[in-house]
Design a protein around this ligand. Sequence first.
Ligand SMILES: N[C@@H](CCC(=O)N[C@@H](CS)C(=O)NCC(=O)O)C(=O)O
Length: 200
Amino acid sequence: MLKMYGSARSRAIRTLWMAMELNIPYEHLDYNPRSPETRTPEFLALNPNGSVPVIDDDGFVLSESMAINMYLAKKHGALYPADAKGEALMWQWSLWETDRLDRQVVNYVNHSSALPEAQRNKAVADASWAEIVPAMNTLNGVLAKTQWLAGSSFTVADLNVASALYRGLSMDLSQWPAVKEWLERCWARPAGKKARAMRE
Ligand SMILES: N[C@@H](CCC(=O)N[C@@H](CS)C(=O)NCC(=O)O)C(=O)O
């Protein structure tokens, strides 16, 4: 059976959401980031980075949340873009999010609200925000013209970017109304709601 390592309070929320979209059976190993379970020789053999998520699909081991979701969608023949252009857009948006928004959003939310006040660093929050603004402007411009990122329906491209923007749900997105509407639409899916409930 598919084993999914990683707590829903980590980037594993992305892969848990995908498994629930696909309605596939899986065993959840609810490991927290940096926990002792992720520092054992057994875990480091699965993922030498020591990070979550990682999956073990009957002996096929894969890390990186975006890659895991693309693999699962392709393997199970659902939410995978229908043609080469949609597939390329899925790669484009998944890689773009990882580059332009992933760590930036986590750092911004941590250092502006999530961490205890004494641990917050305003310079980190400000530097992150300076990167978030142009990226959100880009995403908003695209989503003002199209409902979905890779074709005419919800695909793994939307799942990857929306799930990575989980913390965007707690940010003021009013200056990016198309992003806000799309993000809420994605997370309102039954599997999105279930993934969120695992975390909150
Ligand atoms: N690019 C990776 C990032 C994975 C990652 O950084 N995971 C964090 C938790 S959200 C982690 O396990 N950090 C602890 C560590 O790296 O030791 C992905 O998207 O899967």
